[in-house]
Design a protein around this ligand. Structure first.
Ligand SMILES: [Zn+2]
Length: 86
């Protein structure tokens, strides 16, 4: 079984989210429910992507109560370490 490449989290930008189906970012705790528009309300997260980004900048997670559950991005998850699209 080959490992599927992960996609970028909408909020923190690290490559932590499975491309298919539901997943939670381990770096900011954003639930990937398919919302990609910054100003659209995400039902799973009870906020917009833009609000999630603000909270991540402030707390290091999309909600203050998740701050203890997240972890720093691994080296291979960082955006600058992704293969450039061809
Ligand atoms: Zn994230």
């Amino acid at each position: 079984m080959t490992k599927e490449p992960l996609k970028a989290c909408m909020v923190c930008g690290n490559f932590t989210v499975r491309p298919v189906g539901w997943d939670v970012c381990r770096v900011c705790f954003w639930e990937d429910d398919g919302v990609i528009e910054p100003d659209r309300h995400s039902a799973s997260n009870h906020m917009t992507v833009a609000e999630g980004r603000e909270a991540f900048a402030r707390y290091g997670a999309v909600e203050e109560r998740f701050a203890s559950k997240v972890r720093p991005p691994r080296k291979r998850e960082r955006p600058e370490n992704q293969p450039s699209p061809t």
